[in-house]
Ligand binder design. Structure first.
Ligand code: PDD
Length: 282
């Protein structure tokens, strides 16, 4: 089946969907992106992701080329053309195409909009969550504005690759104070010895995960205490539970950190309950 992508107003077979070599996303990573999960044809946490998209663009002073309704029309058409009921939608907006020069191009330069949709098997993701995953830790080598969802992901790519080569699913990034910031593409959580859920405060050192804030609300509704603060690798290794959240993994239990089992080494009951609460609310 031919997969279709959207590029600057046109739907094209993915192999023919190209951007210019002088696109600023390609030249400078001068671009932002968003990822929505799709379940039963619906976008999860749709407005949260639209809100973050608008914020990322505003922080970089890229003009938002579309309204939410405009993006939604394209998303609906991509889901239809690619026959996606369960999967992902990817959106990228760059500052546009201009002769290579670091400074911003002329004000009339049109942002580039690229959107794709792909199918994923929800059962495969559920099976992974049932088993839990291993993480390793790596120094956080990113810039000082990780709250903006830019495509500038090289440190994340290198950390994820290191995780895969170590037989793990994710790398937790650690700041100079020895505290976990987040995963290479997920937010990081623990359930500490006192039964309190801990996840780093939403400062400039982490992406303000949309799944993270939904889970904070769900957890509070289920009666858990949530503390937003940094935690160390040692605290995580001796926690009762650890897990990660993102649009692609929802809530997925972490069963070991740098080879040391978390709790009894099996997915924790709170992580499982939060995953169920998230998916049930759809
Ligand atoms: N990643 N932290 C980082 C660095 C991320 O890249 C992501 C998302 C998250 C979780 O955010 P959210 O809950 O809004 O998905 C945290 C996406 C899924 C990706 O890059 O594919």
């Amino acid at each position: 089946m031919t997969r279709f992508a959207y590029v600057n107003g046109r739907y094209l077979p993915q192999d023919e969907a190209l951007i210019h070599i002088e696109d600023r996303g390609f030249q400078f990573a001068d671009a932002i992106y968003e990822v929505w999960s799709v379940r039963s044809g619906e976008l999860l946490d749709a407005d949260g992701h639209f809100g973050r998209l608008e914020r990322s663009l505003a922080e970089l002073r890229i003009t938002n080329p579309k309204s939410r309704a405009g993006y939604r029309l394209v998303i609906a058409e991509l889901l239809r053309r690619n026959r996606v009921r369960d999967g992902l939608v990817y959106l990228q907006v760059s500052r546009g195409r201009a002769r290579r020069d670091h400074a911003f191009p002329a004000a009339q330069t049109r942002p580039t909009v690229v959107m794709t949709a792909k199918r994923l098997d929800p059962a495969a993701a559920d099976r992974r969550a049932d088993h839990g995953v291993a993480v390793i830790t790596r120094p956080d080598q990113r810039w000082a504005r990780c709250d903006i969802k830019t495509v500038n992901l090289l440190p994340n790519v290198l950390a994820k690759q290191a995780a895969i080569e170590a037989g793990a699913a994710e790398a937790w990034l650690v700041d100079e104070a020895g505290k976990v910031t987040e995963g290479s593409s997920t937010n990081a959580w623990i359930l500490n010895a006192e039964g309190v859920l801990v996840t780093r405060q939403a400062d400039h050192a982490i992406l303000h995960g949309i799944t993270r804030s939904t889970i904070m609300n769900r957890a509070a509704a289920l009666g858990y205490r949530v503390e937003e603060r940094a935690f160390s690798v040692e605290e995580a290794q001796t926690a009762r539970e650890a897990f990660m959240t993102s649009a692609t993994t929802f809530v997925t239990a972490i069963t070991s950190i740098d080879g040391r089992p978390v709790g009894n080494g099996a997915p924790g009951s709170v992580a499982i309950a939060l995953r169920e609460a998230y998916l049930e609310s759809l």
